[in-house]
Design a protein around this ligand. Structure first.
Ligand code: 4AD
Length: 458
């Protein structure tokens, strides 16, 4: 009973007879009479017979209306997206015919309850979103495009991937924490900070939970979080959002090699767990038919080797010149390199000047850091990580070099005063991971309601 409606309009949905089933199920109840609920995904008529594909988020079911049922007013005026309650017998499809899960519902009763009808005419959903609708309009109508097959598959895979991360981290006995989103410190540079007024104090939306994760190590062991990060990115690229979901982890008493091994394991195990669910694997393979689980170990390449590789392959830097040591490897060059190598790459040992203040220097080569970007074909960087500077004086010098006032970071620098340790961690962009797994052109299609430069709605 829907308690939100006035008493007279509340709907009684009889759940006892016949049995209510979700649309993804049904193979176990073949030959019995069932009750289903869902929305009209597609409909077509063939002479006296009406075929309706019903959708409920768990699957699709073909429903057949014959005889008087197909001639009722509600059936004759049926619009897409209308919600329906239908009873009938579930049968295997006849040889040569096709339907989702090879079964169809032979309806003997249906009801479109009060308010369940979807708009028709000019307002019909098919007149608002179609294959020809512009991408910007589709984003304005995200609440409707989410009902489409591609968007809903990506969102369902996303749920499975997020769950898989939690599962892998539990297998590794790591603890989940939830750091604050409203902060007064920066992690990845002032240029992309969202600033706001916090009760008359200056504050930011967090760029990364890393610094907070580091403070958890002494009492909780290895930790992780799956939280939003915010970046005031001013460029419109296919892999930058203003608000994204950041999977971050921090590991205590490790070496840089341990960090790389861990990352490889997490990425592969997440794929393995995600693909072990047949429904999810089917969605992934429909979205990305060529997908295969990456081979381990990943290719490992130092930044200095990458610079050489880019020069040898004639791929220029952002100024159109030959790459030289110290250059940032820009998005376009990075992606071309990753696509040519065509397998995941750990790009390591970036120069100190182009990386964040907190990164540990390589002890044999102090010009470079113990840092890693994981690059994936089709997307480029999906992970950024490093060992953390754990010596107090060195960290204070790094703040000075970057002209950051360390006062607001007392809680972070204190970690180096009370039992420091060699530790490291990383952040993975969930939408980028999904763009790779689901072969989506842009990260904007890998989150529910994307936020990026110029868009904060719906
Ligand atoms: O390389 P980034 O900036 O690293 C950090 O924030 C570290 N503090 C994380 C850590 O070590 N705990 O970001 C990490 C990842 C990137 O590799 C990318 O996948 C994703 O976060 N990312 C974005 N995703 C979507 N839109 C953006 N604007 C992103 N910026 C970073």
């Amino acid at each position: 009973e829907d308690m939100s409606l006035p008493k007279a309009e509340r709907i009684k949905l009889d759940e006892t007879d016949p049995k209510k089933v979700k649309l993804g199920n049904g193979t176990d109840v073949l030959g019995t009479r069932v009750r289903v609920f869902g929305r009209v995904h597609r409909e077509r008529r063939q002479k006296e017979v009406m075929f309706i594909t019903l959708r409920d988020g768990y699957g699709l079911m073909q429903v057949i209306f014959t005889g008087p049922l197909a001639k009722t007013y509600d059936a004759l005026t049926l619009t897409r997206e209308t919600s329906m309650e239908i009873c009938g017998e579930l049968r295997e499809v006849p040889p040569g015919a096709h339907a989702p899960n090879n079964r169809e519902l032979h309806a003997d009763y249906f009801k479109i309850h009060k308010g369940w009808k979807a708009a028709g005419g000019d307002d019909a959903i098919t007149n608002r979103v179609s294959k020809d609708t512009e991408h910007a309009t589709l984003l304005d109508l995200r609440h409707l495009t989410l009902r489409g097959e591609t968007a809903s598959k990506v969102m369902i895979v996303r749920d499975a991937v997020e769950y898989a991360f939690n599962q892998v981290y539990k297998e590794l006995r790591m603890r989940k924490v939830s750091p604050p989103a409203l902060v007064q410190t920066q992690v990845e540079g002032g240029a992309t900070l969202f600033k706001f007024d916090y009760y008359n104090e200056k504050a930011f939306l967090t760029q990364s939970s890393q610094l907070y994760l580091e403070t958890c190590l002494p009492s909780m062991g290895d930790v992780y979080c799956i939280e939003k990060s915010f970046r005031a990115e001013k460029s419109l690229t296919r892999r930058h959002l203003a608000e994204y979901t950041h999977v971050e982890a921090e590991l205590d008493f490790i070496t840089f090699d341990d960090l790389l091994d861990h990352l490889e394991l997490v990425i592969c195990r997440v794929v393995e767990i995600t693909m072990s669910d047949p429904t999810i694997a089917k969605h992934v393979m429909e979205l990305n038919p060529e997908f295969k689980v990456p081979d381990r170990p990943f290719k490992r390449m130092k930044y200095s080797e990458a610079i050489k590789w880019l020069v040898e392959h004639g791929i220029p830097n952002e100024d159109g010149e030959e790459h030289k040591f110290g250059d940032d490897i820009a998005e376009a060059a990075e992606r071309r390199m990753t696509d040519i190598i065509n397998r995941p790459v750990f790009l390591t040992h970036f120069p100190v000047e182009i990386k964040a203040f907190y990164m540990q220097k390589d002890k044999d080569e102090p010009l470079v850091t113990e840092s890693v970007d994981c690059l994936i074909p089709g997307v480029g960087e999906i992970v950024g990580g490093s060992m953390r500077m754990y010596d107090y004086d060195e960290l204070m010098a790094a703040f000075e070099r970057e002209k950051i006032d360390p006062a607001a970071y007392y809680w972070y620098t204190d970690q180096r005063k009370y039992g420091s340790s060699p530790h490291g961690g990383y952040g993975l962009g969930l939408e980028r991971f999904l763009a790779w797994l689901c072969k989506q052109h842009t990260v904007r299609d890998c989150c529910l309601y994307p936020r990026y430069f110029g868009r904060c709605a719906p």
